[in-house]
Design a protein around this ligand. Structure first.
Ligand SMILES: [Zn+2]
Length: 168
């Protein structure tokens, strides 16, 4: 089979699947094994089980960017039904319930700066006192913030030294 033919066939398989054809029927019509049909759907990032969505489809359905979706995944707001790896890339499929989880989460606009969980209504930057304290511990500060603190300490010491000099 030529490359163009393969692409055409793969596209046909994906379209049939999207219209709700069972994999058994697709494989029969195109004279390929069920496993092969499944592989082709996976390769083309289409869902192989009914009702499940690919990550791209989920982002389109929810109207959010892939980056935002990746954050939600990282933070643990949504979990895929299953994932598989092709080379270094990782693919996931999603239950449509993930859609509801996302819309619920998007109702809360802000996430905690320390633990990245959604903020309760009465809090602005951190979900709890513990998270706020953790963020402001010296070792958790950014290099720039650390530098600021060190500079002000230095200034304070210098002032104090001059004061003491005057006293004597
Ligand atoms: Zn927190």
């Amino acid at each position: 089979m030529e490359t163009a033919e393969i692409i055409k066939r793969d596209e046909l398989i994906c379209q049939m699947r999207e219209r709700g054809f069972p994999i058994s029927l697709i494989s029969q019509r195109l004279r390929i094994s069920k496993e092969r049909a499944r592989q082709i759907l996976k390769k083309n990032l289409r869902s192989t089980s009914h009702g499940l969505l690919t990550t791209k489809q989920l982002s389109e359905v929810c109207g959010i960017t892939m980056n935002r979706l990746r954050t939600l995944i990282k933070v643990g707001i949504i979990k895929p039904v299953f994932t598989w790896n092709v080379g270094s890339r990782r693919y996931s499929v999603w239950d449509p319930i993930a859609k509801e989880e996302i819309s619920k989460f998007n109702g809360t606009h802000y996430i905690c700066r320390t633990c990245h969980r959604p903020l309760p209504k009465n809090r602005q930057w951190y979900c709890s006192e513990a998270c706020r304290l953790q963020r402001w511990q010296f070792r958790n500060r950014t290099l720039e913030e650390k530098q600021k603190v060190l500079t002000s300490v230095k200034r304070y010491r210098e002032k104090k030294r001059l004061k003491d000099l005057h006293k004597n």
